[in-house]
Design a protein around this ligand. Sequence first.
Ligand SMILES: C[S@@+](CC[C@H](N)C(=O)[O-])C[C@H]1O[C@@H](n2cnc3c(N)ncnc32)[C@H](O)[C@@H]1O
Length: 291
Amino acid sequence: MTMMSLNTMLVVAHYCRDNVEWDAEQEKEALAAVTKNSTQKMNAEDKEKFQNDADQFWDSFYSVHQNRFFKDRHWLFTEFTELATPPGTDVQKTRSIFELGCGVGNTILPILKYSQEPNLKVYGCDFSARAIEILRENKEYDPKRCEVFVMDATVEDWSVPFAEDSLDIIVLIFVLSAIEPTKMNRVAANCFRYLRPGGLVLFRDYGRYDMAQLRFKSGKCLEDNLYVRGDGTMVYFFTQEEVRDLFCKAGFIEEQSVVDRRLQVNRGRMLKMYRVWIQTKLRKPLNEETK
Ligand SMILES: C[S@@+](CC[C@H](N)C(=O)[O-])C[C@H]1O[C@@H](n2cnc3c(N)ncnc32)[C@H](O)[C@@H]1O
């Protein structure tokens, strides 16, 4: 092995540890990094451009990366067992799942692949027309069991191929973080509107002080905890309380909320980094519970 390839291996070598606890010192360091990169906010004109043209930035993202960027999310079924066919279920039953911001199908395609339910219907929307086009061209996309369409999830009135109070599950995986905070409550309200009573929102997204947040350079912050990446896409970093507040105000009951914190050590560069994700399950109450 040459010295060059050995060095390359050392740089990329890393390991993860699950559910690491943070001490006060780490919290302080993270807060200092965020204060540093967010004190100077982006000017109003640039901010408006990133917010108003968000769909075009995602279109360009998918034109460049096609379906190679996000990995299929196989952890889905361990974190969200509801997405798999629950043991003992009548597999003939009709169930419906809707993913907002489905991109090129890294969540939808594994659901379709592993489902044992012939009557499962999976819907997906994304405001990137390019993403939907790439997904429809995928040979694993089965139009008999799946329907995807272009829609901006932040509009007041959704134009969707299913009825109000009808869906069993809505999946929000790394999508709400791409939406400007003032529009998030509209998304939560529409999720409530289209889920059946007893239906579930499954949410996983970036948490406050995730390493991606700490690494932003000054000048990339649109507002507190909302940044723009080099490719023009936006990303917000949530706390558990914010997610809870947003959905409970829309009428949901929080059933589970977890901060998934993982230590990643890059031995080559002697760097310790933390991934922080928030994972939450929210249920629309049964009619009797709201009376
Ligand atoms: C980080 S990607 C996640 C994609 C997918 N959920 C997955 O798990 O691979 C975020 C996606 O949300 C979409 N998105 C962002 N804002 C949206 C909006 N307002 N309406 C619909 N889709 C949106 C983007 O186009 C992108 O495909």
